[in-house]
Design a protein around this ligand. Structure first.
Ligand SMILES: C[S@@+](CC[C@H](N)C(=O)[O-])C[C@H]1O[C@@H](n2cnc3c(N)ncnc32)[C@H](O)[C@@H]1O
Length: 239
């Protein structure tokens, strides 16, 4: 039985009558209106117009890590903004600064970006911060898209040396192949990161961090926790 069937006939007909022009929800069943209100209340704010939210969220962490507070205002270079929504710019700007700061503290210049997608974070780390970046994603569509964005950005930059530091690899990261991913990069310490690492990718990052001596630090923002499988638990067992 689908969720729509379970919701009951009055919900079903209200939802099936929905059109793009629908604006009068007062004709909906009261229980459905309450459900809608509750869902909206639970949603996280998506506006990037106020800088208060990121400061509240990241500032204690950045301060704890002893970051240079002037870093917080650094913008992403315009050449690498291609494809990024305002939300992505906001995330990449803060996260790349945090990663650079953590990497500097640990004396690290190499970063693995797991689940790198279209490479927005990887490009910022390589281009704006001069870090060596290995960008790994299981989807060839994503890695090819990332390379296309690299090419476009390259055309707009005079200094080409930063681009030599960025490499894209198509590979599905699993518990079994985690250490092989770094096989060609022995003798150096890495920071492992991931932005919006779906499902089990976050536990994979923590496992890589705890089990591999080459990984000196980890900076992770997870997502799609509904897609976590029991294989990722308990994370405490990784320590
Ligand atoms: C939500 S996207 C985030 C992309 C990018 N980090 C960003 O913030 O724009 C998650 C990405 O992780 C990749 N991914 C998910 N599980 C993976 C795995 N086990 N190994 C490699 N890539 C994975 C997906 O293909 C997808 O591109």
């Amino acid at each position: 039985m689908s969720r729509l069937d379970q919701a009951g006939d009055d919900w079903t007909s209200a939802i099936l009558d929905l059109t793009l022009e629908t604006s009068d929800y007062s004709i909906w069943p009261t229980s459905l209106q309450h459900y809608l209100e509750k869902t909206r209340d639970l949603a996280l704010p998506r506006s990037t117009s106020s800088m208060l939210t990121p400061f509240v969220f990241f500032f204690p962490l950045i301060t704890t890590l002893g970051a240079d507070k002037s870093l917080i205002d650094k913008e992403i270079s315009k050449q690498i903004l291609g494809g990024m929504s305002d939300k992505k710019i906001h995330e990449v700007r803060l996260m790349s600064q945090l990663i650079k700061d953590v990497a500097d503290q640990q004396g690290i210049t190499s970063v693995i970006d797991l689940g790198s997608g279209q490479g927005y974070l990887s490009r910022a780390l390589a281009f704006d911060y001069g870090l060596e970046v290995l960008a790994v994603d299981m989807s060839e569509i994503q890695t090819k898209g990332a390379i296309r964005f690299d090419e476009k950005a390259k055309k707009q930059t005079k200094e080409k040396e930063q681009w030599a530091n960025l490499r894209h690899v198509t590979e599905k990261v699993t518990s079994e192949n985690l250490s092989h991913i770094l096989d060609d990069a022995v003798d150096k310490k890495w920071l492992v990161t991931g932005l919006h690492t779906c499902g089990d990718l976050s536990p994979h990052i923590f496992r890589l961090f705890t089990e591999n001596d080459q990984i000196a630090c980890a900076v992770n923002v997870g997502c799609c926790y509904n897609a976590l499988t029991p294989s990722g638990f308990p994370m405490i067992s990784f320590s």
